[in-house]
Write a protein that binds this ligand. Structure first.
Ligand code: TXA
Ligand code: MG
Length: 329
C-alpha cells in the first residue's frame, strides 16, 4: 500500500479541479465531493492506480467500482444502453443514480475495477466540483466512497481526512454534500433491479419506468458466485458502537439518534442526542445520517439507539444503511 503519502487538501475551484485532473492523470488518488458522498477517484483506465485505490481503502478486490463520467455520450463509450437504460439516464442524470449496464466491446474501464464482471456501473454526478474535475480530466474516473472499507461514508472533507490522510494524494474540499447517502443502483437486466436503495427514491424511478423495480433475493445478495450487488456486504456503514434499531425508549448511557418530534421515555439518561430531522423530513434526515452517526460514535456511547424511520422515499436508503450498521460484527 502507498502509506506515508503527504495528502494535500485544496479548496474546490478552478485551480483545485486542474490539480485533481493532473493527479488523476499521474495515477494518483483524489477525493472529491459528489452530491451523494465524497468519492475517492482514480483513472478508470489505469489498473495500477486502481490497485492502489483498493489498498488505500482496504477494500476487497471482488467488490467492483462505479465509473463516473461527465455526460451521456461519455457513458455510452463505456456501457451499452438499451431504450430503458437511456430513458432512466435522460430522466435522472446528472444525479444520484448509478446504472449497471453491459460493457461495450473494448470498454476502457480496467477489468480490476469491474471485478471481472461483463457489466459496468456508471454514474454522472451532479455536483459542480465533481463535474469540473471530470471535465478537466477528460476520461472516466472510478470512485468508491472515500472511507476505509466498512466505515461510514464521508459527507465532509474532514471525514475523508480522518479515514484516509497519508494514504491518498489529494482531497478537494467542497464543503458538506447535499444528499448524504450513496446513489441508488439500478441493474438494467432483463427486469430492472434495485441493487441498492440510495439518494434517488424508488418511487421516482418506478414512475419513469412505469413498472416496479425488482429486489435481488437475499440468497443472490449473499451468494459470492452470483454477485448482483457485490458490495452490499451485511456489516457495512458500521460505527464502532453497537446500533439498536426501532428504539421506543432510551436506556442509560445510550446515545439517541432521533427522528421526528416524539420524545422517548428515558431520553434524559441518554449520553447524547442528535435529531436527524425534528420535522420528519426524509431528505434532511438522509443528509444528516452519516455525519450524525460519526459524531455520536466519537463520544463512545454504550450503544446508539435509533428511532424508527418510515420505509418510503429516502427512508428506504436510510433504513438500509442503518440495518447494515446494526449487524453485529
Ligand atoms: O453515491 C455513490 O454511488 C458514491 C459516489 C462517490 O459516487 N459511490 C459509491 O461507491 O457509493 P461504492 O464503491 O461505495 O459502492 C459501489 C457499489 C458497490 O456496492 C458495488 O458492489 C456496486 O456499486 N457495483 C459496482 N459495479 C457493479 C456491477 N457491475 N454490478 C453490480 N454492482 C456493482
Ligand atoms: Mg462505499
Amino acid at each position: 500500500m502507498k502509506t506515508g503519502l503527504e495528502t494535500l487538501i485544496l479548496p474546490a475551484g478552478a485551480a483545485g479541479a486542474e490539480a485533481a485532473a493532473r493527479a488523476l492523470a499521474a495515477g494518483g488518488l483524489v477525493a472529491f465531493p459528489t452530491e451523494t458522498v465524497y468519492g475517492l477517484g482514480a483513472d478508470a483506465a489505469n489498473a495500477t492506480a486502481i490497485a492502489h485505490l483498493y489498498a488505500a481503502k482496504g477494500r476487497p478486490a471482488f467488490n467492483p467500482l462505479i465509473a463516473h463520467v461527465a455526460d451521456i455520450p461519455a457513458a455510452r463509450r463505456i456501457g451499452r444502453f438499451d431504450t430503458r437504460a437511456l430513458k432512466l439516464a435522460e430522466a435522472f442524470w446528472p444525479g444520484p443514480l448509478t446504472l449497471v449496464v453491459p460493457k461495450i466491446e473494448g470498454c476502457p474501464v480496467a477489468d480490476l475495477a469491474t471485478a471481472g464482471l461483463d457489466t459496468v456501473a456508471i454514474r454522472i454526478p451532479a455536483h459542480p466540483v465533481a463535474q469540473a474535475i471530470l471535465r478537466a480530466f477528460g476520461g472516466a474516473v472510478v470512485a468508491p466512497s472515500a472511507n476505509i472499507s466498512g466505515h461510514v461514508s464521508p459527507t465532509l472533507a474532514a471525514h475523508v481526512e480522518s479515514d484516509l490522510a497519508g494514504r491518498i494524494d489529494l482531497i478537494i474540499d467542497g464543503g458538506p454534500v447535499s444528499v448524504g447517502v450513496e446513489s441508488t443502483i439500478v441493474g438494467c437486466f432483463e427486469t430492472a433491479m434495485l441493487l441498492r436503495p440510495g439518494g434517488l427514491s424508488r418511487e421516482r424511478i418506478e414512475a419513469v419506468l412505469g413498472a416496479p423495480l425488482a429486489r435481488p433475493s437475499l440468497e443472490a445478495e449473499s451468494d459470492d458466485s452470483q454477485p448482483l450487488a457485490p458490495g452490499m456486504l451485511a456489516s457495512h456503514y458500521a460505527p464502532r458502537a453497537p446500533v439498536r434499531l426501532d428504539a421506543r425508549e432510551v436506556t442509560p448511557g445510550e446515545a439517541l439518534l432521533a427522528f421526528g418530534s416524539a420524545r422517548l421515555p428515558g431520553v434524559d439518561t441518554a449520553s447524547a442526542v442528535m435529531n436527524l430531522s425534528p420535522t420528519a423530513d426524509l431528505d434532511e434526515a438522509a443528509a444528516n445520517l452519516f455525519g450524525y452517526l460519526r459524531s455520536l460514535d466519537a463520544k463512545s456511547p454504550r450503544a446508539i439507539a435509533v428511532m424508527a424511520i418510515p420505509e418510503q422515499e429516502l427512508g428506504e436508503a436510510i433504513n438500509d444503511r442503518l440495518r447494515r450498521a446494526a449487524v453485529a460484527r
